[in-house]
Design a protein around this ligand. Structure first.
Ligand code: NAP
Length: 488
């Protein structure tokens, strides 16, 4: 690989920002076909960026007032004659109505900005369809991932990336140049076959969040049902007490920390499983199973959802004393104590338990907030790899340990009290401890020097059973070569 090759980014989707071959546009005239929301925002942005803009409309007189005074609004045919680069801000369904312009469009660059209403709606992408209608034009797909709002408010307020693809390199370069002058970051997605993928991007709803959200909902449902049985159904069946009022706050508030705590441990469990596999296979070059790969990729979202549940738990907990039921219970207890003439109600153990429980809870939430903030791209980008890994890995694990202390101080000795086993079901906190304690135990085992050293070697490329060449000096001082297994 030449030095020049080494300087090139490894990924195919190259950011074209800073490309010396992309020179600023010199007050070029840019055309826009259509006079809708996107066309208007595009025209405003282009005018603000120093371009001359000519808008082609079927009804220029009626639409002229919608555009900035600096933009010329005229008939479609007139507009395309005045420029070489034309943004087609028209829906795909209406492309065929532009066929009358085929003669005047010969040799021009058409920028397809369209989106679909469904993923893979048509067999061929909109851009490919436009190219098939106008074979004498150079079609470039681009700007569809930017909303009309982002265009109007300027690139600083929204997504800065503009994904571009085309079979015509020169046309792609021209459109990239325009995007750059408009304040966007053009990203080269390759040739026209990438148009379908680019058109699907704005239609995807939180693609990376689906699995973590379903996981959180699943855990919430399980723990909610479990708590409902223990806190509401059990007292109703055993003592005919109506405790339905507990559902909106108390049951939800005992469920949220369970979800937050288990989700936090699920952030670190795949790392533990990956380490186990690496130790077992004695190499880091063997692919993880797909499910583990997916899990590892979703750790950030799982962590953020854990923080979300923990934050909700904190707010719910602060609101507990505001409830009417809580006030009635307080008064009832006070009256009972007065009747029984109990003066000293201070239980030292309970006081300490509560103080420690709250304190470690606050620290755990603080650490989780730090993890959440540093996983935001803008903050993560300002950290170097070591800082990021220290916060996410070390502080994250400390957050898990502190959350475990929070859970243990909450449960205290309840696990040993048989009254706590409603319908023989153990207290919820004992169930939540299972996965986190497994993760903590595994991490402690991995930190033993003999295992840590082996894991470190594997992660630096050492492989079990791999034959390596060695060179030994002979008795005569000459060197002889041979092969041996690296784990011998
Ligand atoms: P729009 O407000 O409905 O505007 C569409 C324009 O198409 C009309 O104003 C009309 O202008 C023109 N047009 C040309 N021939 C037409 C015909 N036969 N029938 C009807 N209209 C015709 O839509 P838009 O929101 O601006 O979207 C335009 C394109 O941009 C779409 O492909 C869309 O997917 C894409 N896009 C929009 C956004 C956004 O945020 N809105 C974001 C990304 C991409 P004249 O009447 O002046 O000819």
């Amino acid at each position: 690989m030449s030095g020049g090759d080494m300087a090139k980014p490894l990924l195919g989707h190259r950011s074209m920002e800073g490309d010396p071959s992309v020179t600023p546009a010199a007050s070029r005239t840019v055309g826009v076909l259509g006079s809708g929301d996107f066309a208007r925002s595009l025209a405003i942005r282009l005018v603000c960026s120093g371009f001359k803009v000519v808008v082609g409309s079927r009804n220029p007189k009626r639409k002229a007032g919608l555009f900035p005074a600096a933009a010329e609004v005229t008939f479609q045919a007139e507009a395309v004659k005045k420029t070489d680069v034309i943004f087609v801000a028209v829906f795909r369904e209406h492309y065929s109505t532009l066929c009358d312009l085929a003669d005047v469009l010969v040799g021009k660059i058409l920028v397809d900005v369209s989106n679909n209403t469904e993923i893979n709606h048509h067999k061929e992408s909109n851009a490919e369809y436009l190219a098939s209608l106008f074979p004498a034009c150079a079609v470039v797909k681009g700007f569809n991932v930017v909303s009309a709002w982002t265009l109007q408010s300027g690139a600083r307020d929204g997504n800065k990336q503009v994904l571009i693809c085309s079979n015509n390199q020169e046309a792609k370069r021209t459109v990239a140049e325009i995007a750059q002058v408009m304040g966007f970051t053009p990203v080269d997605m390759g040739c026209m076959s990438a148009a379908c993928e680019i058109e699907n991007i704005p239609l995807r709803l939180l693609p990376a969040w689906k699995i973590p959200i379903f996981l959180a909902l699943g855990l919430f449902l399980c723990f909610f049902t479990y708590n409902l049985i223990r806190q509401v159904i059990h007292p109703y069946i055993r003592e005919q007490k109506n405790k339905l009022y507990k559902i909106p706050i108390e049951v939800v508030n005992t469920t949220l920390p369970c979800v937050a705590y288990v989700m936090l441990s699920l952030v670190y469990l795949p790392g533990v499983l990956a380490a186990c596999l690496q130790l077992y296979y004695g190499t880091k070059y063997r692919r993880f199973p797909d499910w583990l790969d997916q899990w590892l990729q979703h750790r950030k979202q799982i962590g953020l959802l854990s923080f979300f549940c923990a934050a909700l738990h904190a707010v719910y907990s602060l609101c507990l004393p505001m409830r009417r039921s809580h006030r009635y219970q307080l008064i009832e207890t006070a009256v009972k104590q007065a009747v029984e003439k109990k003066m000293n109600i201070w239980v030292e153990e309970e006081v300490w338990r509560m103080e420690i429980y709250l304190s470690v809870g606050i620290i755990a939430l603080g650490l989780l907030s730090l993890l959440a903030i540093t996983s935001l791209p803008s903050i993560a980008n300002s950290l170097n790899w070591r800082e990021f890994s220290f916060i996410q890995s070390t502080l994250g694990f400390i957050a898990l340990v502190i959350s475990t202390l929070h859970t243990l101080t909450y449960g205290w000795s309840r696990a040993f009290d048989e009254n706590q086993y409603k319908f023989y079901l153990p207290p919820t906190y004992t169930l939540t401890l299972l996965v986190p304690c497994t993760v903590i135990l595994a991490k402690v085992i991995f930190s033993l020097p003999c295992i840590q050293q082996r894991l470190l070697r594997i992660r630096r490329g050492w492989e079990k059973g791999r034959y390596v060449k060695f060179i030994l000096p002979s008795a005569t001082g000459e060197y002889s070569s041979g092969e041996t297994s690296s784990n011998v």
